[in-house]
Design a protein around this ligand. Structure first.
Ligand SMILES: Cc1ncc(COP(=O)(O)O)c(C=O)c1O
Length: 552
């Protein structure tokens, strides 16, 4: 297989930036076709060069096939056990962390796996602080947990499938795998979002716990105030996906085993919903795209753990009748999870309508500067909150100190930014709507939008995401449009920043999907997604108008 050519595109957001400029449309296609590799981009997708160096040094030292870094050692261990925790797996769990994680999984999902003794098991998960492992383990797949950075000499000849290292200096976990069948772990980490923060890797000294707690509490109070929630029931994470994964994981159990997803959802949320319930031998997720209320009524039952929605959905900017959905869900004792990343608490407060769980990718509008990645989870339920806190402590997951600080600083301008983003977006949407070379535009405050009535009922403003399709939606036209965009619009993925960002979203997020899958999701392959920033609106419109002149 040919190796992709490494390319360094300009980072958007600096050393710890979460996006990069893809200068040409062709670059986006080449990236998706694996012809080029970008060196710094969205951190869950592209490992930061500082972290990559570190992963590579472990890979060399232990002669592994691959190395994947994790937010913490404990989260790496959870991730591995969760990966193996499937029907018919026969696993021996050693004392300590493996047993504790296994007992949480067994409590929630009994009967999925059989805990085996070490003779009977296919996998042995062995826990060692000093790097010593028992000799002569034959015919077993060996997963070694190394609570330190070095393997004892006596264990160097053992054939591990996976070795999990606690990099104590940086307080992170490293999963080393031996053999290509574990390559997919890299993608699964992207979905679950337990990534290492590049800021954390740059820090040389440890933060005293009291100082961390003080900053964390302050940020939790800020976000809880914005969302009309309680800071005791607010949790912060290294990514939005970690918040989403934990919210879904926390409500699933054997007796409440079904999730219903309404409308179009962010791609990695879909991936989690496709994979994890199946993993735990639960009901498959029901995805509903049309006749939302009727189909929800038809599909919901006592077994439903939760209903998940985005307000508005990304990228089709659809709204749903939140009040009705909450009423239907609660009638069956199901929780309602609302991803409020796009609307933001400036425009909408789900708790005011009785939602149970709010999740945020704080990477987006809450941060607004492309220089932070993180997530927040807020709950309206003390009991569930206690369970999540226990789980967070077990897997040692939180938002790293420097990301907390960056977000706290960026939040100071949140309301000002959102006010401008709302008003700029309305003007840009009106411009695109009336342009003859645009076939379709998705923005909720347009009177022609199917969600307009719901917009008036629920939202203070339409927020910053506008998706649109060119009149003649062909590769040639998409390329002409994209290549001729001018500043201030930056041509990069991500959303929610004070800088306008545009990307061919479906190509970036759904490149591998079949035509039928795209049709079912309602996506045009060349759909453009614009995240409007706070620049003078006439400049944003000038850039779009200029690019549209090149389009047939
Ligand atoms: C609506 C929405 N939710 C969640 C996420 C995931 O957040 P993060 O990238 O911070 O993990 C995204 C990412 O684009 C998103 O658009």
């Amino acid at each position: 297989m040919q190796q992709p050519e490494p390319r360094f595109f300009k980072s958007i957001g600096g050393l710890h930036g979460v996006s990069c400029v893809f200068p040409k449309f062709r670059d986006v296609i080449d990236y998706e076709e694996n012809k080029i590799a970008v060196l710094q981009a969205y951190p869950r997708f592209v490992t930061h060069p500082i972290i990559k160096l570190h992963e590579n040094s472990y890979k060399r030292k232990f002669k592994a096939t691959g190395a994947i870094s994790f937010h913490s050692y404990e989260s790496a261990v959870f991730f591995t056990i969760d990966f193996l925790f499937k029907k018919e797996s026969k696993i021996y769990f050693d004392e300590g962390l493996p047993r504790e994680i296994c007992s949480i999984l067994n409590e929630k999902f009994p009967d999925v796996i059989e805990e085996s003794d070490s003779n009977d098991a296919e996998y042995l998960i062995l826990n060692s602080q000093e790097g010593k492992f028992p000799h002569a383990i034959k015919g077993k797949k060996l997963i070694g947990l190394l609570g330190s950075q070095n393997l004892n000499e006596s264990a160097t000849n053992l054939k591990f499938e996976i070795l999990i290292i606690h990099d104590i200096d940086n307080d992170i976990g490293i999963i080393l795998f031996f053999g290509f069948r574990y390559l997919m772990l890299t993608i699964l980490r992207r979905h679950i979002g337990f990534n290492v923060s590049s800021r954390k890797m740059c820090r040389r000294n440890r933060i005293p716990k009291e100082l961390y707690d003080k900053y964390e509490l302050h940020l939790k109070e800020n976000i809880s105030n914005l969302e009309h929630g309680k800071s005791e029931n607010c949790f912060l994470y290294p990514s939005g996906m970690a918040a989403i994964f934990i919210s879904i994981f926390s409500i699933l159990s054997k007796n409440k085993s079904k999730i219903i997803a309404l409308g179009s959802l962010y791609v990695d949320t879909i991936r989690i919903l496709e994979r994890w319930p199946k993993n735990y031998d639960l009901s498959e997720t029901i995805f509903i795209h049309d006749d939302i209320i009727d189909n929800l009524k038809k599909n919901i039952d006592d077994n439903t753990a939760g209903v998940i929605i985005e307000i508005p959905s990304n990228p089709l900017i659809q709204l749903v009748d939140v009040e009705k959905i909450i009423e239907i869900a609660h009638s069956k004792n199901a929780k309602v999870i609302i991803d409020n990343t796009v609307a933001t608490p400036y425009n909408f407060n789900p708790f005011d309508y009785g939602a149970d769980i709010i999740v945020h990718s704080t990477t987006k509008f809450l941060s607004g500067k492309n220089n932070h990645i993180g997530g927040a989870l807020l709950l309206n339920d003390d009991e569930l909150s206690n369970k999540i806190e226990r789980f967070n402590n077990l897997i040692n997951i939180s938002m790293p100190f420097d990301d907390l600080k960056t977000l706290t600083r960026n939040l100071r301008t949140f309301e000002e930014r959102m006010k401008k983003i709302n008003s700029n977006s309305e003007e840009v949407a009106e411009f695109l709507y009336s342009h003859k070379k645009i076939k379709k535009i998705y923005y909720p405050s347009l009177e022609t939008n199917p969600s307009y009535e719901l917009f008036k009922k629920y939202l203070k403003g339409g927020s910053g995401l506008i998706s649109f399709v060119l009149k003649e939606s062909t590769e040639e036209n998409a390329e002409k449009f994209y290549d001729n965009l001018l500043p201030p619009i930056l041509k990069g993925p991500s959303l929610g920043s004070e800088k306008s960002l545009l990307c061919p979203y479906v190509i970036l997020a759904h490149f591998e999907d079949s035509k039928e899958e795209l049709e079912q999701l309602g996506f045009d392959f060349y759909l453009m997604r614009l995240s409007v920033g706070i620049e003078p609106v006439e400049k944003i419109i000038y850039s779009l108008n200029h690019a549209l002149e090149f389009v047939i």
